[in-house]
Each structure stands twice: as structure tokens, then as C-alpha cells.
Design a protein around this ligand. Structure first.
Ligand code: 5GP
Length: 208
């Protein structure tokens, strides 16, 4: 893959960690970015908009996309398919943008395998499991069963936090946003190996 000058910021963490609020809060301060809108087979939630939060498709449509190699990565999360479409990501990277993903731990592994030298990953979480439970219950968009499943999933995911470059504990939204902003800006400054090699070659501009 020929990807110049763009960079990738992977955000993972349980639903209820405040990822969307954090992105909204830093969006004016991190320059040109593209937020990757995933495709999913999970039912649309109240308040969600097709093409804004996700592209909502049927299982058959999703499988067709897998067959046609349309995904940079995909995974089954909570029994539903979720995937990152390759084409808009490639376009954004070629345009030099910071591409932000909200994907799970499986997605983090897959993206890091494919785009390791331009990727920075962040795990975002509330300070404790009980705080996560409280936030999910207050959000009241999910049934008790769904909340239980998300909590179980969060307990599994937190075990893999060491696979991430950064951990942001979202206790105070302003503090967490300030930290994430710094990480996003640093992520854009990461230089792909290929560009470093080019730079070194050009830098040696005299015979010595
Ligand atoms: P939710 O259904 O709450 O929106 O998302 C459930 C989980 O799926 C979250 O952990 C979210 O990060 C993850 N997710 C969303 N889109 C993708 C995707 O394209 N790929 C992967 N691997 N995970 C995703």
C-alpha cells in the first residue's frame, strides 16, 4: 500500500468510555482529520443516523463486502459484524489527513498489522468498572442484557490495554480531552519508515 503523509489514530475502549464526546471536544484543535465511519450489521439505535454514526447494512451485504475485499479490517463484536471500509481510509491518508478509528481490540491488532508505522493507538476507559456500569445505565439506550454484555466485554478488553500506545482514563472530560489532543497532534508527526529513508538520502547532500 502506498500511503504518504497521513496518519492513523486508533481509539478503543468500552461503549460508555466517552470516545465520541472526546472526539467532538478536540475536533477543532487537531487540524484536518477524517473520522472513519464503520459499517455494521447491528440494529440502529435511537438517535443514530445512517452514514453519520455507522453505515447500517444486512449480514448478506456485509458478507458481500468481505468477499470483495472492501474492508481494511472487520470483526464480530457483541455478535454483530463491524468493519472499516478501505477506500475512504486510503483516500484520506493520501490527502495527508489524520484518520481516526473507533474500533475494538481486534480491530486495533488488524490495523496495527497493516499500517504499523503510521498508527498510534489509545485505549480510553472510565476510571472503574462500576463507573462504566453507571454511565451505561444512565445512557438508557440499551437493555439490561446489552449492558451486561458490554460490561463483560469491557472486562475482557481491559486485559489487552498493554497492546496500546496510550491509556486515557476519562474521569474528567476536560482533562481527558486535553490529553487526547496532545496524542492526536503527536500521532500526526509520526513519520513512516519510507519517508525517513527518503529524508536520510536527501539529507546526505554532500560527499564526505
Ligand atoms: P457500538 O455498537 O457500541 O457502537 O460499538 C461496539 C464496539 O464495536 C465498540 O468497541 C467499537 O469500538 C467497535 N467497533 C465499531 N466499529 C468497528 C469497526 O469497524 N471495526 C472493529 N473491529 N470494531 C468496531
Amino acid at each position: 500500500m502506498n500511503l504518504h503523509s497521513g496518519a492513523v489514530l486508533i481509539l478503543s475502549g468500552p461503549s460508555g468510555a466517552g470516545k465520541s464526546s472526546l472526539i467532538k471536544k478536540i475536533s477543532d484543535d487537531i487540524g484536518d482529520y477524517y473520522f472513519s465511519i464503520s459499517t455494521t450489521t447491528r440494529p440502529i439505535r435511537k438517535g443514530e443516523v445512517e452514514g453519520v454514526h455507522y453505515h447500517f447494512v444486512s449480514v448478506d451485504e456485509f458478507k458481500e463486502d468481505i468477499k470483495n475485499d472492501h474492508f481494511l479490517e472487520y470483526a464480530v463484536v457483541h455478535g454483530n459484524y463491524y468493519g472499516t471500509s478501505l477506500k475512504p481510509v486510503k483516500e484520506a491518508l493520501n490527502a495527508g489527513k489524520l484518520v481516526i478509528f473507533d474500533i475494538d481490540v481486534q480491530g486495533n491488532t488488524a490495523v496495527k498489522n497493516r499500517l504499523s508505522d503510521i498508527s498510534t493507538s489509545v485505549f480510553i476507559t472510565p476510571p472503574t468498572l462500576s463507573e462504566l456500569k453507571k454511565r451505561l445505565e444512565n445512557r438508557s439506550t440499551d437493555s439490561k442484557e446489552v449492558i451486561d454484555a458490554r460490561i463483560k466485554m469491557a472486562k475482557r478488553e481491559i486485559q489487552r490495554v498493554s497492546e496500546y500506545d496510550y491509556l486515557v482514563v476519562n474521569d474528567d472530560l476536560d482533562v481527558a480531552a486535553a490529553t487526547l489532543k496532545l496524542i492526536a497532534i503527536a500521532a500526526k508527526l509520526k513519520i513512516p519508515t519510507e519517508e525517513i529513508n527518503d529524508f536520510v538520502q536527501k539529507w546526505e547532500d554532500i560527499e564526505y
